[in-house]
Design a protein. Structure first.
Length: 113
């Protein structure tokens, strides 16, 4: 059974940085695209960043130049480095893989001024 465990969410100030981690279990991690999504209160879940198994990355326009997705296949972990945080980055952040239809518990990021 595939399990994804997100961590690293916290309270941060505008302009600050956070790094999120997502550990994957029960899958051949290196074979899969990994994505970060987020859901803010009252809004739909949206894709933030993706990293393919060949290292290719893709970002939502709202985070380009501020967020960086990376992966460590040896650790079965995907990261999201978030810099220059804005109030609108406040959300629960989830990672996702096509290897599973379910979502993890997410990690809360709150940005305050």
């Amino acid at each position: 059974q595939v399990q994804l465990v997100e961590s690293g969410g916290a309270l941060a100030q505008t302009g600050g940085s956070l790094r999120l981690s997502c550990a994957g279990y029960g899958l051949l991690f290196r074979d899969y695209r990994m994505s970060w999504y987020r859901q803010a209160p009252g809004k739909q879940r949206e894709m933030v960043a993706q990293i393919f198994n060949n290292g290719f990355t893709n970002y939502a326009d709202s985070v380009k130049g501020r967020f960086t997705i990376s992966r460590d296949n040896a650790k079965n972990t995907v990261y999201l480095q978030m810099n220059s945080l804005k109030l609108e980055d406040t959300a629960v952040y989830y990672c996702k893989t096509p290897a599973s239809t379910s979502w993890g518990q997410g990690t809360q990021v709150t940005v305050s001024s």
